[in-house]
Design a protein around this ligand. Structure first.
Ligand code: HEC
Length: 162
């Protein structure tokens, strides 16, 4: 009996550290925010093409489809890995200051209230770790070997004037 309580006493703080217990209301709010602020559109494979009809277990695992433009080629990251590599406090600071290449709307993260960023962290954390890291971004001018969406601006008016 003594050994069991000792084991619990030792394991409890460890378990609490590994798997934080989050308020279900905040997780629910995080789910709502992820659904309505567009994170899935890019960070979940085929989410937009399927009209959002992707099982939650496959959300936010990153996408190997590149976004190719004047900035080079970027890949929507695996956000489940991103949040798992950080404490909640680190996420709040990171999300409030991170600047990325397009088409990630990093400025929208900066504009979010702390409670909303916290809710997103808790929801994404609750999804568990899944998937692989995405391919590394490429610098401008390099043709990607992966599938990609071309986002180079085309200006027909400007071309006609030449
Ligand atoms: C239009 C597509 C798009 C949308 C919408 C989008 N992202 Fe991204 N996101 C990207 C791409 C592409 C990158 C990689 C940018 C780079 O490599 O510079 C990225 C990078 C990030 C990063 C930094 C890399 C990392 O994992 O640490 C974070 C954090 C992030 N996104 C969070 C979010 C969240 C949260 C949402 C929803 C509020 C969101 N993104 C919506 C495309 C998008």
């Amino acid at each position: 009996m003594k050994a069991i309580s000792l084991l619990i006493a030792l394991a409890w703080p460890l378990a609490a550290q590994c798997a934080p217990e989050f308020d279900t209301k905040q997780i629910e709010r995080g789910r709502y925010l992820v659904r309505t602020t567009g994170c899935n559109d890019c960070h979940t494979p085929r989410y937009a093409q399927r009209g959002g009809n992707v099982a939650e277990k496959d959300w936010l695992i990153g996408d190997a489809m590149g976004w190719h433009g004047p900035w080079g080629t970027t890949f929507p990251t695996n956000l489940r890995k991103t949040v798992r590599a950080m404490t909640e406090q680190q996420w709040l600071e990171y999300a409030g200051s991170v600047k990325t290449r397009p088409p990630m709307p990093w400025f929208s993260l900066h504009a979010m209230e702390q409670d909303d960023l916290r809710a997103i962290y808790r929801f994404v954390y609750s999804l568990g770790d899944s998937g692989h890291a995405v391919p590394a971004a490429l610098p401008p001018g390099r043709k990607p070997a992966t599938p990609y969406v071309d986002l180079h601006p085309v200006m027909p008016g400007a071309a006609q004037r030449q």
